[in-house]
Design a protein around this ligand. Structure first.
Ligand code: ASP
Length: 591
């Protein structure tokens, strides 16, 4: 037998018992006549003890061959420690060793394996299997497992059925490029890996499954931005005979359940915000509501007073920094303006108005506006004595985006976010379509299967270009702390309307038929009204733990170049394989 107990469970109540433990050598303290060794497994650490007094010379000798990360099995008696440690749960006891077996030796690990480590990112990725031995990393992976189990429990108890959908499929447009897999048996043809199981879950509704879920891998070949992975996991769900309201309530219930069971956090009811309001008040479709600072538009007050920058701007909009935090020095303001002017943000300038305690007003545009005018701005923005308005102007969408960046940056810098605070939000009523100036065509804001709001259907079937731009969809996002956690929609379930949507998105009828004929065809066989949602599972793990990195919650993540540096993938394949796949032999450039 390898073990009677794990390394995290022995207490003084077991003193006197003979036990067997197996695990990895974490640290060795050799005082000559006495040795202490910390043995670790995923449950914890237990100290074992050997001494000249209590152990044979042979046992001491074996112990001295050990090194860090050796795998050992020890048998001995649980004894009370003379100097106890409150740092670990087993700190009151140690094991007086009788037998010691080396189960496997280990090379010296490339970095320290403990709660903290001295290993850099690259090294830890290369030796991910060792990084995963560290308790701080293991905790994240164990958390992920608990979250998945809690998800299954909740959905199963609400009559959802878990169905696996295929991984080798045809393109599903979610707005990214597909990863493709060549088919050996069908030379020159390719499968696509699913960007999501979207079309399959809709087909399951046509089949009558009614409530479906799957914790599923999705693949998107995107340029990797920070915190994106080419393969990631969704909690993917679909329901039939439901309204948007019922979907929101069901998944609000799931979210509350997950927070309660994994973190013991009680979330109140989630507020709802229309997409248009989110954009107007926070310049973002995923506002972080852990702090205030909503936008105040100043067009009506600030235009027409001879300040040409404002006079020519489509939008003049500001945020109010409150109290103490608003005591920026001139230098700090200058720095903030420079930060805003960096190409990543691209603001042209940053106007400030300070409302002093003595009721006077000072502004970087004081030349153009008198005190009464500036005070009217302050009033509109709810500024009090001591506060400061920071104002941007320019083209509407860009300016909102820039001010949103400033708001988030100030939230961080001024520490306006309480640690451990969670602020969920439903953003609803997204536009159906998004006009892309560059390619002069519409894109689906969510995806091509999203339904317009019922009352918009006649507009969609008959409207002009401007009408199409303004169509609203039954589409919604779940946002927590400024992260998009989930998104979904009520779907089109009518062939004619779906065809119209493909047409608006620039598909010819032939293209639509070739790519989505199976779905359009299925809609002709009694497709029920349906809708659903998918949660980003990796991101949900991160947000629940107040972490900004999804990578920490993925056992074997890819790096920023989309590489797995441990197994060294992607990698070339042999000429024979290429030939077999009818791909033709690609010569390396240098040849
Ligand atoms: N398939 C969608 C996505 O991946 C989610 C949904 O509409 O249910 O975002």
């Amino acid at each position: 037998m390898y073990r009677t107990h794990n390394c995290g469970e022995l207490r003084t109540s077991e003193v006197g018992q003979e036990v067997t433990l197996s695990g990895w050598v974490q640290t060795i303290r050799d005082k000559g006549f006495i040795m202490w060794i910390d043995v670790r497994d995923r449950y914890g650490i237990t100290q074992i003890m050997l001494s000249e007094e209590t152990s044979t010379p042979q046992l001491m000798e074996t112990a001295r061959t050990l090194g860090r990360e050796f795998v050992i099995k020890v048998t001995g008696e649980v004894i009370e420690r003379s100097s106890k440690s409150d740092k670990i749960p087993t700190g009151d006891i140690e094991i007086k060793v009788n037998t010691l077996d080396v189960l496997n030796a280990s090379k010296v690990p490339p970095f320290t394996i403990g709660e903290e480590t001295d290993g850099g990112d690259d090294l830890r990725m290369k030796y991910r299997f060792l990084d995963l031995r560290r308790s701080s990393v293991q905790r994240n992976i164990i958390f992920r497992s608990q979250l998945a189990i809690a998800t299954r429990q909740y959905l199963a108890s609400n009559d959802f059925i878990e169905v696996e959908t295929p991984v080798l499929i045809k393109s599903t447009p979610e707005g990214a490029r597909d990863f493709v897999v060549p088919s050996r048996m069908n030379g020159g043809q390719f499968y696509a890996l699913p960007q999501s199981p979207q079309t399959f879950k809709q087909l399951l509704m046509v089949s009558g499954f009614d409530k479906y879920f799957q914790i599923v891998k999705c693949f998107r070949d995107e340029d990797l931005r920070a915190d994106r992975q080419p393969e990631f996991t969704q909690i993917d769900c679909e329901m039939s005979f439901v309204t948007q309201e019922q979907i929101l309530n069901t998944f609000e219930g799931l979210t509350k359940h997950l927070f309660k069971t994994t973190m013991n956090v009680e979330l109140g009811d989630f507020p709802r915000m229309q997409y248009d309001d989110a954009m107007q008040q926070y310049g973002s479709d995923k506002p972080d509501l852990r702090f205030g600072m909503p936008f105040t538009e100043l067009n009506d007050l600030a235009k027409g007073h001879g300040f040409s920058v404002f006079d020519n701007a489509e939008l003049i909009v500001g945020i109010c920094v409150k109290g103490e935090a608003a005591n920026f020095s001139n230098k700090a303001l200058k720095k903030l303006e420079e930060w805003m002017k960096r190409p990543q943000i691209g603001a042209k300038g940053l106007v400030n108005v300070k409302f002093n305690e003595d009721d006077s007003v000072k502004s970087s545009v004081g030349k153009f506006y008198d005190e009464a005018q500036l005070k009217a701005w302050g009033e509109k923005a709810g500024a009090e004595a001591g506060d400061m308005l920071l104002i941007l102007s320019g083209e509407t969408d860009k300016t909102r985006k820039q001010l949103s960046e400033l708001r988030l940056e100030l939230g961080r810098r001024l520490e306006l976010i309480k640690p451990g605070d969670f602020k969920p939000l439903w953003v609803v009523d997204f536009p159906l379509l998004e006009w892309d100036e560059e390619s002069e065509r519409f894109h689906a804001m969510h995806h091509p299967f999203t339904s317009p709001k019922k009352e918009e259907i006649p507009n969609m079937l008959n409207g002009d270009h401007q009408t199409m731009k303004n169509l609203k969809a039954d589409a919604y996002d779940l946002v927590i702390n400024g992260s998009e956690i989930g998104g979904g929609s009520i779907r089109i379930h009518d062939r004619a309307l779906q065809s119209k949507n493909f047409e608006l998105l620039g598909f010819t009828p032939e293209e639509a038929e070739a790519q989505f004929g199976f779905l359009l065809g299925a809609f002709e066989y009694g497709a029920p009204p349906h809708g659903g949602i998918a949660f980003g599972f990796d991101r949900l793990c991160a947000v629940l733990n107040g972490s900004s990195s999804i990578r920490d919650f993925i056992a074997f993540p890819k790096n920023n170049q989309g590489r797995d540096v441990m197994i060294d993938a992607p990698a070339p394949i042999s000429e024979e394989q290429l030939e077999e796949l009818s791909i033709g032999v690609v010569m390396p450039e240098e040849v």
